[in-house]
Design a protein around this ligand. Structure first.
Ligand SMILES: [Zn+2]
Length: 218
């Protein structure tokens, strides 16, 4: 799943209005932001396999640190705890921990059975929404529209950056999503961590936009 994760982050702003959208992006996408680093240092592995599912040309055959159920629980606990240590807000920290964990749940829905339970072993889960492009588009765009609507209902633009910056971000994420689904597979395995790391831009962009938006009264 791609924009589904951003949808969760946007929606989470409603539950934790004090937390920047940048932190929420970081939370919901944490394991996908770390994954390129683990690929680079050779701890996790992926291969290009067009047709692996209808939606992705990637075969995620080895990524237990970022994408196992156990990993998801530990990242969630760790990131929620770090936020709590710095901010001392139990509600915001809980929303952050849940956002981190939501990544695994959404991936569980979309991936074919390639999500491991633990760091070793042979049990893999995945419900395979990605076997259908129309079903994937329907679920993810609906999630995304709801996320955008919730974010807009929780915040208001303080200036033009808060308005235009937000809508540009929201549209670019949507365009990249369609590009991912309908575009060509990555040129090589070594290009995947580079392409994957580009998602950090959206985290920074979200921090920037969120500073130009205030909490909506009511
Ligand atoms: Zn993922």
């Amino acid at each position: 799943m791609f924009i589904g994760h951003y949808a969760v982050a946007l929606a989470a702003k409603k539950a934790a209005p004090k937390v920047s959208l940048g932190t929420l992006f970081l939370s919901a996408q944490l394991v996908d932001l770390l994954w390129p680093l683990f690929l680079l240092i050779g701890i996790e592995h992926v291969r290009i396999d067009p047709g692996n599912t209808a939606v992705t040309p990637l075969d995620f055959y080895d990524y237990p640190i970022t994408h196992s159920l156990l990993g998801a629980m530990l990242w969630s606990l760790a990131f929620g705890s770090v936020y709590y240590i710095f901010r001392r807000e139990i509600k915001s920290s809980s929303v952050i921990a849940l956002a981190v964990f939501s990544h695994w749940i959404l991936d569980l829905v979309s991936h074919r059975p390639d999500l491991p339970l633990g760091f070793g072993g042979s049990a893999y889960l995945g419900l395979g929404l990605w076997n259908s492009v129309p079903a994937t588009l329907a679920v993810e765009t609906l999630l995304y529209a709801s996320g955008v609507a919730l974010y807009l209902s929780a915040t208001r633009a303080k200036d033009r950056t808060g308005l235009i910056g937000f809508w540009t971000l929201a549209l670019i994420l949507l365009l990249i999503y369609f590009g991912n689904i309908f575009g060509p597979p990555p040129p090589s395995v070594s290009a995947i961590p580079i392409i994957g790391s580009a998602a950090w831009i959206f985290v920074l962009w979200a921090y920037w936009v969120d500073r130009h938006r205030g909490q909506k009264a009511n």
